[in-house]
Design a protein around this ligand. Structure first.
Ligand code: COA
Length: 205
């Protein structure tokens, strides 16, 4: 399935990780953490068997928006990057096509607490803003999913929405939801601040 991701030179490398589009062969590795309740508790789907999971994973629509990140050659997490049209008035809809992206992320809990997920998400933000010309990136979570919204804040995303009892959890409870976003100009200004802080450090004794 054609996607903006087809034009990217893979893999992308960060200080510790390697990122690439998911393939059919990644089903088992990602099932290794997605089947855990601590992971599936907050995510959209919780298939009950590898067979059911494969059906979801091998769906071309799912594959086209799924990336994995590897540490020392082993898949430790996966991410969604879904390109979207922005809402626009009728006369300008074409200019709003594919200009924003929604992110999602899941990581094996064995690797939690070491900054790997933030490192992978930051690289996706860089890709979106610096290579793909995306103007706005969003992500959302249940308000009770603290590790998720803390990650969004760690990478510099801005909380835009706190919605009361708007999302239905599979437990049957209506839970609060939160929405975060980052604009290309905010990303550029964060990068400029980080670069000048680095330069300041460099001139310090
Ligand atoms: C959301 C999720 C990926 C976050 O994982 P995480 O381990 O908290 O995130 P990171 O890998 O970025 O690690 C951040 C932690 O490592 C610490 N850390 C250590 N070294 C670090 C470094 N070099 N850089 C950044 N953080 C570092 C941070 O201080 C932070 O710890 P804290 O939470 O105690 O403050 C994980 O909880 C998960 O997979 N959850 C289940 C799926 C899910 O809910 N997905 C989101 C659906 S909306």
């Amino acid at each position: 399935m054609a996607s903006q991701l087809d034009d990217v030179t893979w893999p992308l490398r960060t200080e510790r990780l390697s990122l690439r589009p998911a393939t059919r062969e990644d089903a088992e590795a990602t099932w290794g953490f997605r089947r855990l309740e601590v992971v599936s508790e907050w995510i959209t789907r919780a298939p009950q068997s590898l067979e059911d999971y494969r059906e979801q994973f091998e769906d071309p629509v799912w594959q086209a928006k799924t990336l994995v990140f590897e540490l020392d050659g082993r898949v430790i997490g996966d991410m969604m990057l879904a390109f979207e049209d922005a809402w626009a008035q009728a006369e300008v809809t074409e200019q709003a096509e594919g200009v924003q992206a929604e992110l999602g992320y899941v990581m094996h809990p064995d690797h939690a607490g070491l900054g790997y997920a933030s490192e992978a998400v930051r690289e996706l933000l860089r890709l979106c803003f610096e290579e793909l010309g995306v103007r706005r990136v969003t992500a959302s979570c249940f308000a009770d999913n603290e590790s998720s919204w803390r990650l969004m804040e760690r990478v510099g995303m801005r909380r835009e929405l706190y919605a009361v009892k708007e999302s239905l959890h599979r437990s049957g409870a209506w839970l609060d939801g939160m929405g975060y976003a980052l604009l290309a100009e905010e990303w550029r200004s964060m990068r400029a601040d980080a670069a000048s802080a680095g330069m300041d450090r460099a001139v310090q004794p």
